[in-house]
Write a protein of this length. Structure first.
Length: 227
């Protein structure tokens, strides 16, 4: 099978997302940009617990199916994925899921834009809430586009979360970081509210990003280190 290793990695991420309770029924979708410029995507309508390598769909940049098992179509959210690749040459993988605490913020109409936890400030910066869009339509890609240039992690209003990365593990780790941060923020809220980090301390943390190679990516502070 073509791209066997990437297919295995996508399945591994899908199984992890289901085990972590980030997706129910057919929720969530994953895609990866292939070296030949095409894309591997999860099929629509299948539990991420049941995904196996041969069920993944190869598509081109327009979303047209290049290769799939009979009856398997790409995720209904493929337009959202393709917009991420189109807008960002650096994006190699896209993950969409409904991790419950982060999605709770999206459903409550709250962004996660406080600078209150060191690791999150360094790794992903502020997390915006992108406007409401009907799933599968152009409304979703249109809603995320203004945020894509400075963010790798987004909350989708009344829907869930979206992460991008240079590769699949990076995009997946960002979803983990988001959900843990959402849990920590909620706990801090229950304890009386998060204490924000002072502005000059935030600048010092952003300087540290230069040494954190594994977190390199878009971020409200990324321009500081891009030429
Ligand atoms: P698909 O099964 O079409 O990927 O849709 C799942 C989903 O989460 C829609 O937002």
């Amino acid at each position: 099978m073509e791209y066997a290793e990437i297919r295995e990695q996508i399945c591994d991420v899908c199984h992890k997302m289901w085990q972590l309770g980030w997706v129910a029924a057919n929720d969530g979708n994953v895609s990866v940009k292939l070296p030949d410029g095409r894309f591997l995507a999860t099929p629509t309508g299948i539990s991420k617990s049941f995904i196996t390598p041969e069920k993944l769909v190869v598509i081109d940049g327009t979303g047209a199916v290049v290769n799939s098992l009979p009856g398997y179509k790409p995720s209904s959210e493929i337009k959202m994925h393709l917009r991420c690749y189109r807008e960002r040459e650096d994006v190699g993988a896209v993950v969409h899921a409904h991790p419950p605490t982060a999605t709770g913020y999206a459903v409550a109409g709250k962004s996660l834009d406080e600078y209150s936890m060191i690791e999150t400030v360094i790794a992903i910066g502020s997390i915006p809430l992108t406007p409401y869009g009907t799933p599968s339509t152009d409304e979703v890609p249109d809603a995320i586009t203004p945020y894509l240039q400075e963010h790798d992690v987004m909350l989708l209003q009344n829907h869930g979360a979206l992460t991008v990365g240079c590769d699949l593990i990076t995009a997946y780790y960002r979803m983990e970081t988001l959900e843990l941060y959402a849990k920590i923020s909620l706990t801090a809220h229950l304890l009386g509210g998060a204490q924000e980090i002072p502005r000059d301390r935030i600048d010092t943390l952003l300087d540290l990003r230069e040494n954190y190679y594994h977190v390199a990516g878009r971020h409200p502070g990324y321009k500081k280190f891009s030429s």
